[in-house]
Design a protein around this ligand. Structure first.
Ligand code: ZN
Length: 161
């Protein structure tokens, strides 16, 4: 079956950055299912998989613009350490959940001194060119309910929205 809009696709994948470092992999796990054409995965990978079928191997190099976007310096800011007094132990690399007008999002502490903490709200993979090695392990028709919801339902999944 060919991958197109409205198919549920399961993929085995390994994701590396431009230095060849593995960032994520389905190795040792079940293949990842997603609903094609619904924005469940990054646009560049969806485009690379369009028209492929079960058993196909795809090597895709995806520029940041088609992955998690470019890094935006406006997403980096400083807050007073005293403003984070209630958050508990923080260090460079600590992830915090920030409330924004668009809803909660994860920010990362990238620098700190006695007075201020620098936080970065960019996606951790923003600015990265992504290298995907993908094997298509299964393609099936989505159920009408999955199409309506815009995501995959696991067997027996009692999805209530
Ligand atoms: Zn659902």
């Amino acid at each position: 079956m060919v991958i197109e809009q409205g198919k549920v696709v399961s993929i085995d994948y390994t994701l590396k950055n431009s230095e060849g470092q593995v960032l994520d992999t389905s190795d040792g796990r079940e293949p990842l299912p997603y609903l094609h054409g619904a924005g469940n995965i990054i646009p560049g990978l969806e485009a690379a998989l369009e028209g492929k079928s079960t058993g196909d191997q795809v090597n895709a190099v995806i520029e940041p613009e088609h992955a998690y976007g470019l890094r935006d310096e406006n997403q980096i800011g400083k807050v007073a350490r005293s403003d984070l007094a209630g958050v508990g132990e923080i260090a460079v690399g600590t992830q915090l959940q920030a409330q924004t007008p668009e809803g909660p999002r994860v920010v990362v502490v990238t620098d700190m001194d006695d007075e201020t903490v620098t936080i970065d709200a960019n996606h951790p993979l923003a600015g990265e060119t992504l290298h995907f090695d993908v094997t298509v392990s299964d393609v099936r028709d989505a159920t009408p309910e999955e199409v309506k919801h815009g995501h995959v339902h696991a067997p027996g999944d009692d999805c209530s929205h």
